[in-house]
Design a protein around this ligand. Structure first.
Ligand SMILES: [Zn+2]
Ligand SMILES: [Zn+2]
Length: 342
């Protein structure tokens, strides 16, 4: 089968590799869609939790073509979206029911073979049925939306909260819709690309503010005017340390600040401990997800979270290099979807 294979960071090719065989309690999935995101860029550079050699692709769905021994619940032809996380169940954190902190955390597409291949192996309990009327395009958003579901769990928003989100990439688009559904009185999204804000408006997020990429002052007044007392929740969905530092000024006493975007490991931010202390600011991190797929599918199924107009580019495996260039630039694209088998 054809697959993207990295031998080491920044060094990949399209290779004809041995087709995998499902082991006990595994299913083999013919990959129909695999979304890519900034995490794949971090992986490309050998950052994040990546391990090599690697076939990336952590946001994928498709059709089961073969099941391993002991799999009674799936059959060939079933349409599934795949939870890429695998936890060991027996480490310190797993045994404390904190599976996301698993000391042997394994992630298809990050530490082991993922969906940028014609076929992928998935544990039977990590495949989730795609509702009949849901397209593979929509189902490809299950993984990013699952991470957002976990992010909102971490945030624990309250009724009437005013929420400010920096970033209108796919994460910001999903987060803003979900947080709006979870009781926010006001959701404001700030980003430097008008077409992304237009997509958000169409998806029902009314308050968007355009910022200038190299001028962090031009939008301040407009953002303040929407919530003069400050925001209950401020989210960074950009992964840019300068934006995180900038975002602090829009908090008020008791605010929560969520670090959602993936920064580089060596990035630093400056924050005054006295300010955190005096204002009881809660600084919250949110990393990936486990066990959120079922809820993410429900949100997509009920169209609480819509992804209409979010896919801006489609590529085959052969165009992966081009897709990475688009991702790195970021201005022209929202979701880039790879079609490994069509
Ligand atoms: Zn992703
Ligand atoms: Zn574990």
């Amino acid at each position: 089968m054809i697959a993207i294979v990295y031998t080491k960071p920044e060094c990949f090719s399209i290779q004809d590799v041995q087709e995998p065989k499902p082991g006990p309690r595994q299913v083999m999935v013919r990959v129909k869609r695999c979304g890519i995101c900034k995490t794949d860029l971090h992986i490309h550079h050998g950052r994040f939790i990546s391990q090599f050699p690697l076939t990336p692709g952590h946001e994928f769905c498709g059709e089961i073509v073969e099941v391993g021994s002991g799999v009674a619940e799936w059959k060939p032809g079933d349409r599934v979206t795949c939870d890429n996380t695998v936890v060991c169940g027996c480490c310190y954190y797993c045994r404390r029911n904190q599976p996301l902190y698993c000391q042997n955390f394994y992630s298809l597409g990050c530490t082991g073979p993922g969906g940028l291949a014609e076929y992928a192996l998935v544990n039977a309990d990590k495949a989730f049925r795609i509702p009949d009327h849901m397209s593979f395009d929509e189902a490809a958003f299950t993984e990013p939306l699952s991470c957002v579901v976990h992010g909102v769990d971490m945030l624990d928003p309250k009724c009437g909260d005013k929420v400010l989100i920096f970033g209108a990439g796919p994460a910001g688009l999903l987060l803003s819709q979900l947080v709006q559904h979870c009781g926010a009185a006001l959701v404001v999204v700030v980003a430097p690309t008008q077409f992304k804000l237009d997509v958000l408006n169409k998806l029902g997020v009314k308050h968007t503010v355009l910022m200038r990429r190299n001028d962090l002052t031009s939008h301040v007044e407009a953002v303040r005017a929407l919530a003069p007392e400050g925001y209950d929740i401020v989210v960074d969905a950009t992964g840019t340390p300068q934006i995180i530092e900038h975002a602090f000024q829009f908090t008020k006493m008791g605010s929560k600040v969520l670090i959602y975007g993936v920064c580089n490991e060596e990035d630093l931010i400056q924050v005054k401990p006295y300010w955190l202390f005096r204002n009881e600011i809660k600084l919250i991190g949110s990393f990936a997800q486990t066990h959120c797929f079922d809820r993410a599918i429900s949100y997509l199924d009920q169209r609480v979270v819509c992804v209409d107009g979010v896919i801006t580019h489609r590529v085959g495996l052969k165009e992966y290099a081009k897709a990475l260039t688009l991702l790195a630039d970021g201005k022209e694209n929202l979701k880039i979807i790879v079609h490994p088998t069509e």
